[in-house]
Ligand binder design. Structure first.
Ligand SMILES: Nc1ncnc2c1ncn2[C@@H]1O[C@H](C[S@+](CC[C@H]([NH3+])C(=O)[O-])CC(=O)[O-])[C@@H](O)[C@H]1O
Length: 321
């Protein structure tokens, strides 16, 4: 697939070149499987997006590409209709020629909590593990890194990412449909982000190790995850569901997570932000019309999930390899 060939060319002469020993085989396998389902239909729809010439790309305080004045009314309707085919849009918001993709999550609020605490990304090589539709990668790009690479195994997120990238194609930003477990130990990234993924992993220590193996010596890990109140020995392992999510395994306290990170060999570990998820941050919209946070909390006491666990509390921790 052309997207991936472009990426191979871009990394061939960089520290990421080792990746080419495994990546083509993983993507070839993925491609064979993907072309059976919805992905094939989505791919055709992405190709129907009209080519436009955006007059501006603003990534500093939003992800905003082009304005309505750059295109005809007909094109705006066409773009809107095609983008709606990629619902549900969960992570954003995006503004494409003034079409507001009002996503379920205000991912910009998470970025506002994280960004003040990270080292500058200028001229850096950056990995975002579990990047979703790539919203935060676009915001990272505003700091002029050398390259931003995201990995996320969810097909719809790859399509949403490519739909956005269609309107701003010439930026060093790539999404690959991989899980972290498919990554060789590259030790080549200056900064590795992993936001909203740790609690989905069955083995958090293995996950921390996998993140560490992507970093250069001295490189920075930015880890954002669900936490609970408690001491070094407090960890919530919920039942089948947590806030209706099925695949949630470990929700540690900040102290426990710091301890885990230290055992995994990270240095200079610090928690830079702690925040309760507000109902306004995750809600149903015209672009994601099904259930959202309000339906996942106890309606008589929103400090609890409907399963009776503490409501989502998220922490950002930063550390170095
Ligand atoms: N093995 C895996 N390897 C990599 N990614 C994975 C894996 N398994 C699942 N994911 C991906 O991790 C992301 C988690 S969402 C966070 C998005 C963004 N970072 C955010 O901070 O808003 C949070 C949530 O849905 O709870 C999804 O996009 C999965 O496809």
């Amino acid at each position: 697939m052309k997207w991936f060939y472009d990426f191979y060319r871009e990394i061939a002469t960089t520290d990421l070149a080792h990746w080419l020993e495994t990546l083509p085989a993983h993507l070839a396998k993925w491609h064979k499987e993907a072309l059976h389902g919805d992905f094939k239909k989505w791919l055709k729809l992405v190709e129907q997006l009209p080519k436009t010439q955006p007059s501006q790309v603003n990534l500093t305080d939003s992800v905003s590409i082009g304005s309505a004045n750059d295109i005809t009314e007909y094109q705006q309707k066409q773009i809107n209709g095609l983008l709606k085919q990629f619902m549900p849009w969960r992570k954003g918001p995006f503004y494409i020629h003034d079409i507001h993709i009002n996503t379920e999550w205000r991912s910009d609020w998470k970025w506002d909590r994280v960004a003040p605490h990270i080292s500058s990304l200028a001229n850096k090589t950056v990995l975002d593990v579990g990047c979703g539709s790539g919203y935060h990668m676009w915001r990272m790009l505003a700091q002029k890194p050398e390259m931003v690479v995201g990995i996320d195994p969810t097909q719809l997120f790859l399509i949403q990412f490519q739909a956005i990238k269609h309107f701003a194609p010439n930026h060093p930003i790539h999404l690959l449909p991989l899980g972290i477990e498919q990554m060789p130990a590259l030790r080549a990234f200056d900064t590795v982000f992993s936001m909203g993924v740790l609690y989905h992993r069955k083995s958090p220590f293995e996950f921390l190790q996998q993140l560490k193996e992507q970093l250069k010596s001295g490189g920075e890990l930015v880890l954002e995850t669900l936490v609970v109140e408690g001491d070094e020995n407090t960890v919530l392992v919920p039942g089948e569901r947590y806030a209706q999510m099925r695949n949630v395994w470990f929700i540690p306290s900040v102290k426990a997570l710091e301890h885990w990170m230290s055992r995994a060999g990270f240095k200079n570990i610090r928690c830079v932000n702690l925040d309760e998820t507000r109902l306004e941050e995750q809600r149903a919209t015209d672009w994601m019309t099904s259930h959202s946070l309000v339906d996942f909390l106890d309606k008589d006491d929103i400090s609890k999930t409907i399963e009776g666990y503490p409501a989502p509390l998220r922490a950002t921790l930063i550390a170095n390899r």
